[in-house]
Design a protein around this ligand. Structure first.
Ligand SMILES: Cc1ncc(COP(=O)(O)O)c(C=O)c1O
Length: 397
């Protein structure tokens, strides 16, 4: 039996996979066993930030595997503190908790927002204010602050005391935040919900609501963070000052890494035994994060990311002028959404047939999350393929 037949028998059927088996990657390209080549503009949903087959990452994790991979959190090892120190510098929040995925990082933030108020005796201060179109992950807590009923309904009842505000309705949001609010949770650019940046007016309202009520702010930067949009956090571009930050995806460049960053004030509420993770922050994960953070500190990489982003946005805006089917081009840096007047699924399939990997979110949105190593030449190669795919994937004339 081939891979697809075996999977049909033995893998939980929760994914709609494109019928292709990738066996190798190099830079911004993926290859099948038969040698078919694809230009990767989704990077494993925003993860393979350094591209595929990155020599520095491969050498570092190979050497780490030969030295020591895992000790558990019963003991110290040298790398967690090293990563945490770099993240404190990058995020402005002093303390890290290491876990293995974005959802776990969000879960950690949700738990410790409540822990903070519990410690102060404010045991009824348990409400979370989230946003419509939010996506925070699939664990029960993260799902509870995820908006789309499609993800939620089969798993109800979820945790109580969650309300959703419309990111474009400041007055409605203000009415929801009060002195029973433990935390507001926001993706500075909503990813799965359709690459929707939080409007500046809402960012200001969030800051004001936190100041007015004392509610904590959780920034879910799992997709928008780790440098994808330019600054290390997209919160920084919006003027948000979170108390807790969830990170994941690109931070491990392909190795599973999740991190919750804490302000010292929230961290002070934590006691030994409150939380934990067997794998969290093991040497493999930390080594990968160190390679990623070092790569991101290279001015050459950030300059080439900015150049690729500018080329991508200007190319897409020019395409929008040619194709009325493109209703919006939005996002920042290398997190881009192209909203269409029709379902984007056939467009994604047409792009695949042309050798370009992209994906769809929020029904009508083509999402582009290319690896950070993408070049302007890669952008120039991708744009005509995407344009053809948008035309080919549209409704029959
Ligand atoms: C904003 C955001 N938060 C959390 C998650 C969940 O991350 P993971 O799939 O690593 O659990 C995602 C994943 O897409 C995400 O985009």
């Amino acid at each position: 039996m081939n891979t697809q037949e075996l999977e049909a028998l033995h893998i939980l059927q929760v994914y709609r996979r494109t019928p292709v088996v990738f066996e190798r990657g190099e830079g911004a390209h993926l290859f099948t066993g038969e040698g078919c080549k694809y230009l990767d503009f989704i990077s494993g949903v925003g993860v393979a930030a350094l591209g595929h087959g990155h020599k520095g990452l491969a050498d570092a994790i190979g050497a780490q595997a030969r030295t020591l991979l895992h000790t558990s959190n019963l003991f110290y090892h040298p790398l967690q503190a090293e990563v945490a120190t770099l993240l404190a510098d990058r995020t402005g929040l002093d303390r890290a908790f290491f876990c293995n995925s974005g959802a776990e990082a969000v879960e950690t933030c949700l738990k410790f927002a409540r822990r903070y108020w519990y410690t102060q005796g404010a045991t009824t201060r348990t409400k979370y204010v989230a946003f419509t179109h939010s996506f925070h992950g699939r664990t029960m807590g993260a799902l509870s602050v995820t908006w789309d009923d499609h993800y939620r309904a089969p798993f109800a009842p979820l945790i109580p005391n969650v309300v959703f505000a419309d990111p474009t309705d400041v007055a409605g949001f203000d009415a929801l935040v009060d002195d029973t609010t433990a935390a507001i949770i926001v993706e500075p650019i909503q990813g799965e919900g359709g690459v929707r940046p939080i409007p500046a007016a809402m960012a200001a309202a969030i800051e004001a609501a936190c100041a007015r009520t004392g509610a904590l702010l959780i920034a879910d930067e799992v997709q928008s963070g780790s440098g994808r949009t330019g600054p290390f956090l997209h919160s920084q571009a919006l003027g948000l000052t979170p108390d807790l930050i969830a990170l994941g995806k690109a931070l491990g460049a392909g190795v599973p890494v999740g991190v919750a960053m804490f302000s010292n004030a929230v961290a002070a509420a934590a006691s030994p035994g409150d939380h934990g993770s067997t794998y969290g922050g093991n040497l493999l994960a930390c080594r990968a994060a160190l390679v990623f953070l070092e790569a991101l500190s290279s001015p050459a990489l950030t300059a080439s990311m900015a150049a690729a982003s500018n080329r991508l946005f200007s190319g897409l805006r020019a395409m929008q002028r040619r194709l009325p089917a493109i209703t919006d081009v939005r996002g920042a840096g290398l997190m881009v959404g192209v909203d269409l007047a029709y379902d984007a699924a056939p467009v994604v399939a047409a792009a695949f047939e042309r050798g370009l990997l992209i994906n769809r979110t929020s029904t009508t949105v083509v999402r582009l999350l290319p690896p950070y190593i993408i070049t302007t030449a890669d952008v120039d190669a991708a744009l005509p393929l995407l344009e053809d795919a948008i035309v080919a994937g549209g409704p029959a004339q």
